[in-house]
Design a protein around this ligand. Structure first.
Ligand code: ADP
Ligand code: ZN
Ligand code: ZN
Length: 824
């Protein structure tokens, strides 16, 4: 008998063994998906890791329920990468599987079940009473049902287990087509039924629409759109949407025309990768500085696998990337171009498609499941040259032959996945991926991560610099606006200081645009009773709630819970609840008031939830439909708007005053980056930084665009306090519903870790937000030597946790532990 070791999409640190029924053996190979039952209740899509002839001992092995693939859905380097991620980031391969494969390729318990039409119940009925009820329910429903739907209809629990038995008896089918959540994209087209050239038929058609003006209009529009009357070109396919849009008629009219036999409506699967415009294939002409940098990058790659391109904002790093990509594609290989924020793909896609046409592939989480499956399969199915632009999860795509990895804005902390596991850094994982393919990596940034710059200065990475903007325009002039003084002078009504307002006014009246950055979404971050100081808190988390005006609700930014804003204080019964502070939503209101003639757009999580959110906002702002863009850190990253003259950083204090060792780095980067959006093309921009700490040392570096000054000071701090890049950090989080049990556990855990790791252990401490989603949290920190073996560390950590489990300590029960390696 053959057995398969499979990876389940679960946080389990081991693989599981299943039997391979003989008839499936051709379709069960490493990298193939199989459907398996796990536990009594659930079915999962698992990935076959390996095959063996050796029967596992000590337990009864279940058989694979169904083989799902004829070809593997993984390439060999991917499996290796998964293992690296699991090992390095201290999580399970199952966690990686979950993140790496689009949901459309996974089935969970939404398995669809239907009656097997070939099943005839034998006389000595082998079905149990419960099974018979399920069969009847299926017959009745007349269609495939999910387990949940069956449970609802029958009132039974645990239907999965019963279904597994019924499957064995051949009574039901678990259908693959529905099991995969994937469906292909279809587009509906409309065409004239009369053959082109058959003028009799066409005349007859015209007669039939005479007198029905809407039908006539639709018919003529269709002829025009399709180019039917032209002799020199083939008839173009016209989508129904396009026709409705252009003719202004309703679908009912089209249906009437179908009945008359004038037109036909048909649908077709379409390729999702059609570019909007035809590529020119022309590369941007590089400036002298850019050409030099390009040569240097190539030279640097002779010695280094990874090179850092340190180029000031708007120096044209993207243009350089385009040349490098071109080089790789011409060599018949593939390129991965990582960006930290989905918003950035919007602008880039157009810039790259103009050069590379349909070789450009975009991948990120705002795509539907189906789209992601399509893209995944396209890459899996070919070795053709292509460039994938994507957010961090694109490192898991099934590349056949990567020649180049670009990580743009490499300093961005959004490359790090925070929750859930795998808590991986897309940048660092991409470098490992590149190594597996023998590809070179280029990291790009105007404000490199301190860790990255350290490695570049110490020869671990190559280093190439671009010190001037492409346009030759100087970097923006930066003003510090002291909000304490502004408030004292009484000129500040809301969150904008008079100086900021006048800079924005000037920019707009000059025909330019402005960006205002506030790192907080919603309307107001605090609500409070003026009478008794009561403030509403989330029931599940230890955080105060943010008021969102448009939905008129209080929202927890940690768990998403929503509450009404009480009109009367629940504590003192006075109608004295007020909201304080500013989020982007409120700033937008203020901006509307301060600039009544200007049009404002807002870009934050709340305005970009749907797929086209970014595209619409970025498109409208680019094309000048708005004058002012208000937003959270989304507006700070890599966007290229030609007409932005003024930038306001509205609350720099919120950036500076963060309690972790990366706070300065993050604040410096964010301020420099958002400032870098100003004055990118024609004339020098201005930046106002509003702060209560005008003499904070960071301000001087930001004002002088002095990255090295900032770096030199910061690296000394890191050295002194033994922080990265001089050590590697691992945060250990413990969670529990009961705070006392948690404390007991955390203290014991810390003590045990100290016995093993000595003074490399810090804590436990309560993090800034001490409870999220009803679980209390404690944090321990481990500072490990950079060259320590992670697999050893992992083994020790796992052993320690297991040891605590078997120690009989009550508090371990119901606790959760997870690790954050290289926290950002
Ligand atoms: P960065 O990524 O370094 O911030 P970009 O690549 O976005 O800078 O370039 C800034 C602006 O300058 C863009 O509008 C870009 O089109 C323009 N630009 C840069 N280099 C060139 C070039 N060689 N030819 C034409 N335009 C360029
Ligand atoms: Zn009160
Ligand atoms: Zn909450």
């Amino acid at each position: 008998m053959l057995y398969a070791e499979v990876i389940l999409p679960l946080p389990l640190s081991v693989t599981f063994t299943y039997g391979v029924p003989r008839e499936m053996s051709a379709a069960v190979k490493p990298g193939h998906r199989v459907l398996v039952q796990f536990g009594a209740k659930k079915f999962y899509t698992a990935i076959v890791e390996s095959l063996t002839n050796e029967a596992p001992k000590g337990y009864e092995v279940k058989d694979i329920v169904m083989a799902l693939d004829e070809q593997p859905i993984l390439r060999r380097p991917q499996m290796q990468l998964w293992q690296w991620v699991a090992e390095y980031y201290l999580c399970s391969v199952g966690d990686v599987f979950k993140a790496a494969v689009p949901a459309g390729l996974k089935v969970e318990s939404e398995t669809f079940i239907e009656r097997n039409p070939d099943y005839e119940e034998p006389l000595d009925s082998r079905l149990s009473e419960r099974e018979v009820v399920i069969m009847q329910t299926l017959d009745h429903a007349d269609k495939k049902m999910t387990v949940a739907a069956i449970e609802k209809a029958t009132g039974f629990t645990n239907v999965s287990a019963t279904a597994a038995k019924m499957l064995e008896k051949g009574a039901i089918i678990i259908s693959e087509k529905l099991v995969e959540r994937y469906t292909s994209r279809k587009v509906t087209y409309v065409a004239v039924t009369a053959e082109r050239g058959d003028s009799d038929a066409l005349h007859a058609a015209f007669d039939k629409v005479k007198g029905a003006s809407k039908q006539e209009r639709a018919f003529i529009t269709l002829l025009e759109l399709s180019g039917y009357m032209r002799r020199d070109a083939p008839v173009r396919e016209v989508t129904r949407e396009e026709l409705l849009d252009r003719s202004g008629v309703s679908t009912a009219i089209l249906r009437a025309m179908v009945e008359k036999g004038l037109i036909k409506i048909y649908s077709k699967e379409v390729n999702r990768f059609m570019p909007q415009e035809l590529p020119t294939g022309e590369l941007p002409v590089l400036s002298e500085a850019q050409s030099r940098a390009l040569d240097e990058v190539h030279r640097s790659w002779i010695e280094h696998d990874v090179t850092l391109l340190h180029g000031v904002t708007s120096s044209g790093k993207t243009e350089l990337y385009i040349h490098l990509i071109n080089f790789v594609l011409r060599n018949g290989r593939q390129a991965l171009y990582l960006v930290p924020e989905i918003a950035l793909t919007t602008q880039l896609t157009r810039r790259l498609q103009r050069v590379f046409g349909d070789k450009v592939v975009i991948y990120h989480s705002k795509f539907s499941d189906n789209d992601r499956v399509d893209i995944y399969r396209r890459i899996l199915g070919s070795r053709e040259p292509m460039v994938v632009i994507g957010a961090r999860s694109s490192v898991f795509l099934p590349f056949a032959d990567l020649g180049l990895v670009i990580v743009d804005e490499e300093h961005e902390s959004s490359y790090k996945q925070q929750d859930p596991a795998p808590r991986y850094n897309g940048r660092d994982t991409a470098m490992v991926l590149a190594r597996m393919h023998g590809a070179k990596t280029l990291l790009g940034s105007a404000t490199p991560a301190v860790d990255t710059y350290f490695k570049a200065l110490n020869g671990k990475y190559g280093l190439v610099s671009l010190t001037r903007r492409y346009s030759g325009v100087e970097l923006p002039s930066i003003e510090i606006v002291d909000t304490t003084t502004a408030r004292k002078q009484g000129g500040m009504k809301g969150v904008l200081a008079p100086r900021t307002v006048s800079l924005v006014k000037e920019a707009i009246s000059d025909g330019g645009q402005a960006i205002l950055f506030l790192n907080r979404r919603g309307y107001a971050p605090v609500a409070v009773c003026k009478q008794c100081a009561w403030t509403p808190k989330c029931e599940h988390c230890d955080v105060s709630l943010t008021y969102h005006k448009r939905v008129d609700r209080l929202v927890c930014h940690y768990c998403g819970a929503v509450y009404p804003l009480p009109t009367v204080c629940p504590a003192c019964k006075e109608p004295a609840i007020e909201v304080f502070g500013y989020g982007t939503e409120r700033m937008e209101d203020e901006v509307d008031g301060a600039f009544p003639d200007a049009k404002t757009l807002r870009m934050d999580l709340d305005t970009t939830r749907n797929k086209d959110g970014y595209e619409n906002i970025i498109g409208d702002f680019s094309s000048g439909k708005a004058d002012i863009l208000v937003g959270t850190q989304m507006v700070t990253k890599g966007l290229d708007f030609g007409r932005v003259k003024a930038v306001g950083i509205v609350n720099a204090d919120a950036l500076i005053n963060q309690p972790d060792f990366r706070a300065s780095e993050r604040a410096f980067n964010m301020m420099s980056q958002v400032a870098g959006r100003a004055g990118r093309r024609d004339s020098r921009g201005v930046v106002a930084i509003q702060t209560r700490q005008p003499s904070h040392p960071l301000m001087a570096y930001v004002m002088a665009h002095d990255y090295s000054g900032f770096y030199n000071e910061e690296i000394e701090e890191r050295r002194k306090f033994n922080y990265p890049p001089f050590t590697r950090l691992i945060y250990i989080y413990l969670k529990h519903r009961d705070p006392r049990a948690l404390d007991e556990l955390a203290v014991a855990y810390g003590r045990r870790l100290r016995q093993l790791f000595g003074n490399r252990v810090f804590g436990p401490e309560e993090p800034l937000v001490g409870r999220v989603q009803t679980l209390y949290i404690r944090k321990l920190m481990l500072k490990i030597e950079v060259n320590a073996s992670m697999s050893k560390v992992k083994d020790i950590m796992r052993a320690t946790y297991e040891e605590m489990h078997s120690s009989g300590m009550q508090a371990v029960k119901g606790s959760i532990v997870y690790y954050d390696v290289d926290p950002c």
